[in-house]
Ligand binder design. Sequence first.
Ligand code: 5RP
Length: 230
Amino acid sequence: MDDPAAALKREAGEQAALLVENGMVVGLGTGSTAAFVIAALGRRIQEGLKFTAIATSEHSAAQASKLGITLTDFGHHDGIDLTIDGADEIERKSLNLIKGLGGALLREKIVAAASRRLVIIADERKLVRHLGEHTAVPVEVTPFAWEATAHRLGRLGARVSPRHDRDDSLFVTDGGNLILDCNFGVIEDPATLERRIGEIVGVIESGLFIGRAALVLVAGADGVARFEPA
Ligand code: 5RP
């Protein structure tokens, strides 16, 4: 099915791809918006741009290698100059994020944490007043005893749904883990929630990204708006 926001995602992605400079180590995000960045970077390589990249998912890695982007890893670099990634919700005032509907939140958070600059790209539907308005918080958990972990997440106030694939089997991440989508409703204090989720045994990471975005590019009917932390 056609994505009605595809043109906006492309616009944000292409602007963000212009931020990549020769010699950089670049973090490549995951999802339909990040795919436009990777495509634009593939075109820039044809024009002579030289950089190496670390991908946040097997899917993005496959797209990047097909386009001739050289992939590297943390064995060769202890930091990343610039990461460009999508998001599921962006809190307008704080630029805190929910990520992980695409299932890559763990690698995305590791890459974001190692990045000197995290640039988030999105279409305007992703901007919200408060995180949790439309989206559950994806939480990556170990498969062992996931039901017990789900129960504990429920005690934090979430309605918890294990994520499934189309064939109804449990969705398995690139790291071999499961995702529990945790609907907390509107989240008043995302930083505290991120910490409390992280304290639960069996949780690997949550899709709450607090204070990580250095720049957010949001494409809408009037062009691409830039948001930076206050
Ligand atoms: C994947 C993510 C994606 O960045 C997020 O889901 C946005 O995806 P899309 O650009 O397809 O809307 O966090 O884990």
